[in-house]
Design a protein around this ligand. Structure first.
Ligand SMILES: [Zn+2]
Length: 102
């Protein structure tokens, strides 16, 4: 099982609550904590592998997932959109269905 690399750094874009780390078929995922605990929000699932993929497009000289995750200040996410704020003050990394910024 992949270690949870983004715990406490993912916020739900819908409810502004924190995402929690879970696993799904041996994949590390993060879902909205309010969905998990109360079902008062959407699941807003994020795959850790996809976050690593997005980060490796920006930091293409870094290979290790741990080192890539260390570039992240925090992340906002829901089903439609992921925004990764990075620690080096670069523009955020954005992934949407019809738009991406790496
Ligand atoms: Zn939520």
């Amino acid at each position: 099982m992949e270690k949870a690399l983004f715990s406490k750094r993912i916020t739900c874009l819908d409810c502004k609550g924190g995402h929690i780390a879970k696993k799904q078929r041996n994949k590390r995922i993060y879902i909205c904590g309010r969905n998990h605990n109360y079902k008062t929000c959407r699941r807003n699932k994020v795959f850790q592998d996809y976050l690593i993929e997005l980060l490796s497009m920006r930091y293409n000289d870094i290979v290790s997932p741990e080192d890539l995750s260390s570039k992240v200040e925090y992340i906002e996410a829901n089903e439609e959109k992921i925004v990764i704020y990075v620690i080096d003050n670069g523009k955020p990394i954005i992934s949407m269905n019809d738009f991406a910024q790496f």
